[in-house]
Design a protein around this ligand. Sequence first.
Ligand code: SF4
Length: 412
Amino acid sequence: MISTSDVQNIRFNDSDPRQPRSVNLYFDHYKGEPVYRTVVYLANSGCEWSRKTGGCTMCGTKNSASQKAISDDEFFAQLDIVRQYVNKFNASLKSPVKTLHIYNDGFFFNDAEISQKVREVIYDLARSLKMEKLVVETNGLDIIRDNKTNDYLGKAVKLLGDTEFEITLGIESTNPLVRALYSKPDSVEDVKNSMETIRRKGAISKGYVLVKGPLLTEAEAYEDCVNTIRTLQQWSNGKRFRVEFQPVCLLPNTLHEYLMTLDHKDPYYWEPPLLSTLFRILHNFPTMGEDLYSALFAKTDEDSPWEFWQARPHDDRETTYKIYLKLVDYYLYRKFDSIESAFKLFNEELWKERKARVAPHSIEERVGVVKKLITLSRKRNLNLSDYLKTHLRIDGNFIDSCLKHIAQVSPE
Ligand code: SF4
């Protein structure tokens, strides 16, 4: 029996490269039943894209990246701690942890971020802890490059044997314009090819799909998320694919962090998607079951989306909480009934009001502005959000203000 009250978040010293940032005990759904999973955030030196360009506009991994590379010995020390904690969890649980998620906030197969020796220790860890599945994160660029060079992915599948290997790609959207708003490093073609490569090499292909990144309205975000999942379905052509869709979290040094400081009447003011929007997305895919879910932990988790929704209830607090529990129920059992019954709780007026909000500029115009702002912020060696905080004067709505600013500083 899995209990959500078993959730644990063990945090370590962020400044010590010999300690992971955190080791967490969460729950999940695997092969038709609720299970425990351990999610590890390793201390890391950040993703290549983030180091070179400041990263994707909605990504906050740069905030926790170490300024220097993490050595193999330091990673080994972190992984020893992970082993101790998984053993400790298992000693107190009625059912052992079945899946291990090891995240290095970057490109898992990139030697500049994590070496093959360390990867092999991770595979050994998963096998010796009798994990049924190991989950890592990366990006299309990494898979394409690995396929042409080292084939670390193919080697990993062999080394892992019976332990499934799930590769999670930060897809976010399959719409090139939305991806450009987020400043993703890989092309839509890269994403499509990497999903195929992952499957061909015997691993499980999963994509993160983002719900309501910066500069999208609620209606656009809903439509983009549903279209993205449909596109992934088409690309997969009957083969298995998994989707974890994620409402964007408020993180420092991101574009949406800046957009939250705008006047609430500004059409580009950012606020999280409605909790009910997540159900509306799920409702479009009645047959995906275990392979479609929204990122969710438990109400006892201080990082949990419940804290996120609680701080910004879209409805009265009690209703928000009831809807949230339906999401927990769906997360544990993946029964479509939990989605359908949640619909009875929604405040339709809120959804209508959010859906009615429109952005006065086309997505193409918004993309053009984001690209120019990124160039300007890079010239000054600033994060995009810091650039906006220090250089932009709001005069009208956000995009119009940016257009005026761009015309003043780079009038071509
Ligand atoms: S979303 Fe992924 S690729 Fe983009 S900056 Fe963050 S870690 Fe790097």
